[in-house]
Design a protein around this ligand. Structure first.
Ligand code: ME8
Length: 509
């Protein structure tokens, strides 16, 4: 049976325009989805938009339109962003869709039937910007002496009737879950933070609101709408057809990976598994939180006017340079800074020089001195065997890195082989062999073609467009691009198209 892999991005709030931070998590999830597809898994990849709640209601009001119209427009912008970033999603869910509303109400009913929901009254702090309840001791005081959320978001005192979820009953089961499955939550720093948050004691969670309308009605109580996080988290099940257990896509549950930003790790690693346990539904296998991007050293914010729209970045840089930079610049899970200078340097040094030159040199020598056809494999030297051995194990080496969401380490493994190939070409000097030993020259170029083919194949998830072009130039047909195809060499004598540079070089600042 084909193994399955269900991967998700967060569903993004439609209160504002998409920016590079959103694109980042989606690109990372896309890399994962593509990696598992190429490894032979049946993948289902979900993204979408989170459209209810007070924050969206307020944004619509400020824009002078109904929340429905507002959500339609911004959701379309997010879909467009995903398409322009080459995100290979299989489904795009919107929480205003009837299928999702039915699903969230069913999950609520299930949790309620199992005795984990009760009616009470909430009195405490709430942050609309974070859509999060905070306890007094979590708040911080600003320089002006005002209380605000630990994220810096404003808070308001809320007092209203509310349904509660018995989160307190799940403290021990959650701690056991983290203990039993060390891989359930990553990276380490986030895991430790969440464990200590849970160890401090969990209070029951308010999961409905009565002070606004823009939400999913609580079943059998029209005065309440669901707390937006109860609604939002359910999207991961709605998209598969929950509550219909026989829906064809339900075979993808439990999710293999929920990729999120570290700002929402708590909702995914504490509330979501608790809701699922309460409903008697299997838990996802892994939650992994990416780090935070600042821009030219500053937090992105509307008031600073430094929010980076991926559309603007695409005016100047190729999509694959951007995708590569975002995953290469910082170990996945860590925080980093987006600067033009760093983007240009990464591109010029690692793409244009390391990989671009290797490909260009090899392909133009084949074009010129092998009549543009894949040359024969000659007798193998120790150097040849060593390099091809490194190439051969790449898919397995990368599989280990992907298993722990070490996307940057995976790239580093590929770069080790690229650097080794550059050392190889410099040592073998095929341009000199042309005169002294043309048979050996052909053999060296053949080794380099195989190395490039392996490198391009495993880099497809990161840079799909560019690697497709490189594989075209290497004479690898569309049906020879799965990782498993690497076991079959490129046929000798296959003719290659005229080589063309694949990576633009950007002027240094
Ligand atoms: O939280 N750096 O939606 P959201 C890195 N609707 N990642 C960033 C980022 C940055 N500067 N800015 C945003 C929500 N992100 C909820 C999610 S899921 C059931 C509901 C990414 O629109 C990161 O993944 O605020 C973060 O978690 C997400 O966008 C937040 O998107």
């Amino acid at each position: 049976m084909t193994p399955r892999f269900y991967v998700t991005t967060p569903i993004y709030y439609v209160n504002g325009a998409p920016h590079i931070g959103h694109a980042y998590t989606s690109i990372a999830a896309d890399v994962v989805a593509r990696f598992y597809r190429l490894s032979g898994y049946g993948v289902f990849f979900l993204t979408g938009t989170d459209e209810h709640g007070q924050k969206v209601e307020q944004a619509a009001k400020n824009a002078g339109v109904t929340p429905g119209v507002f959500a339609d427009n911004v959701s379309a912008d997010f879909r467009h962003m995903a398409d322009s970033m080459n995100i290979s999603y299989d489904a795009f869910i919107r929480t205003t869709e009837p299928r999702h509303i039915t699903s969230a109400q069913n999950l609520w009913r299930k949790v309620a039937e199992n005795g984990a929901i009760y009616l009470g009254a909430y009195e405490g702090w709430y942050s609309v910007r974070d859509e999060c309840f905070y306890s007094e001791d979590e708040l911080i005081t600003t320089e002006e002496g005002k209380k605000c959320a630990p994220t810096g978001a404003p808070v308001e005192w809320v007092k209203e009737p509310s349904y509660f979820f018995k989160l307190s009953a799940f403290q021990e089961p959650l701690l056991e879950l983290y203990e039993r499955n060390p891989d359930f939550l990553g990276p380490h720093g986030v895991r430790n933070e969440i464990i200590s948050f849970v160890k401090q004691g969990l209070r029951d969670l308010s999961i409905s609101r009565t002070s606004f309308q823009w939400g999913i009605p609580v079943p059998d109580d029209e005065h309440h709408v669901m707390y937006v996080w109860f609604d939002a988290l359910t999207n991961y099940l709605s998209a598969l057809g929950y509550p219909d257990e026989t829906a064809p896509l339900m075979v993808y549950w439990p999710a293999a990976l929920h990729l999120v930003g570290k700002d929402i790790a708590r909702f995914h690693a504490v509330y979501w598994p608790a809701f699922l346990m309460a409903a008697g539904i299997e838990l996802p296998h892994k939650i992994f939180a990416n780090g935070w991007w600042t821009v030219e050293g500053q937090k992105m914010s509307k008031s600073l006017g430094n929010v980076v729209n991926p559309r603007d970045l695409l005016q100047e840089f190729s999509l694959d340079s951007i995708r590569f930079f975002l995953l290469r610049e910082v170990p996945f899970g860590g925080d980093s800074d987006l600067s033009r200078k760093a983007l240009i340097t990464r591109n010029n040094v690692e793409l244009a020089n390391d990989l671009g030159n290797l490909a260009q040199r090899t392909l133009s020598l084949v074009a010129r001195y092998c009549d543009g056809v894949v040359p024969e494999k000659g007798e193998q030297t120790e150097d040849d065997i060593k390099l091809l051995g490194q190439v051969h194990v790449l898919p397995d080496v990368l599989a280990l890195q992907f298993k722990r969401c070490a996307l940057t380490d995976a790239l580093e493994e590929v770069w080790k082989v690229i650097r080794a190939s550059n050392v190889y070409i410099a040592r073998q000097e095929p341009w000199t062999l042309r005169k002294t030993d043309p048979i050996r020259m052909a053999s060296v170029l053949r080794v380099l073609l195989e190395a490039l083919r392996g490198i391009a194949t495993v880099l497809q998830p990161f840079m799909p467009e560019t690697m497709a072009r490189l594989l075209d130039q290497l004479g690898v047909s569309d049906d020879e691009r799965l990782f498993s195809a690497l076991n079959t060499p490129i046929p000798t004598g296959r003719s290659l198209p005229a080589p063309q540079g694949i990576f633009p070089r950007y002027p240094e600042e």
